[in-house]
Design a protein around this ligand. Structure first.
Ligand code: SF4
Length: 180
């Protein structure tokens, strides 16, 4: 069976319909981490006109380097008042057309060939075969994008030295020093 078809069938078996409750967009920075890659950040900048620093913060789990610096590997969308900054007052996503993969595919994710499912009140609801196919296709594209990002980050990481005492983020575009 084709991979997307197998994933689609599993989604159909579980059932899913977004209830537009916005629950997956709420939570503090510990419970709601919407990870975004550089290409996704670019799309959001283009759509909103916001500056990068107004959109993302470093992934909040840092690793200490042996020279007194610390580093992390990802960016997360900013979270204010217990919700993603792009969750509008009406409960809708204000950057819907450029929302990240993680939002497009929630509550599903792929771990290798295994589907993982996060908590969501929409699980168990009816989904059409076409919707399940579209979601399965998104999941595979998300996984490919994540693998591409991960490989590029590892190359960047192995070719840079973390400056003494600095906090940095590694992504596929380089090493970003964090100030303040
Ligand atoms: S980007 Fe949109 S869908 Fe994703 S967490 Fe923020 S408000 Fe929700």
């Amino acid at each position: 069976m084709h991979r997307i078809e197998a994933i689609s069938r599993e989604i159909m078996t579980n059932g899913f319909r977004c209830r537009q409750c916005g629950a997956c967009c709420r939570g503090d920075e510990q419970t709601s981490r919407v990870i975004v890659s550089p290409p996704e950040i670019d799309r959001i900048i283009k759509a909103t006109g916001l500056e990068r620093n107004g959109i993302v913060v470093p992934y909040p789990e840092f690793i200490e380097s042996d020279k007194g610096g610390r580093f992390t590997f990802e960016w997360c969308l900013r979270n204010e008042g217990g919700k993603c900054i792009f969750l509008a007052e009406d409960g809708q996503c204000s950057i819907y057309s450029v929302r990240p993969w993680i939002c497009r595919t929630y509550p599903f994710a792929l771990d290798g060939d295994t589907i993982t499912i996060s908590e969501c009140p929409g699980i168990g609801e009816e989904i059409t075969p076409e919707e399940a196919d579209a979601l399965a296709t998104c999941l595979v594209k998300r996984q490919e994008a994540e693998e591409e990002e991960e490989n590029a980050v590892l190359k960047i990481f192995s070719s840079h030295t973390i400056p003494m005492g600095k906090t940095v983020v590694f992504d596929s575009r380089g090493m970003w020093s964090i100030h303040g």
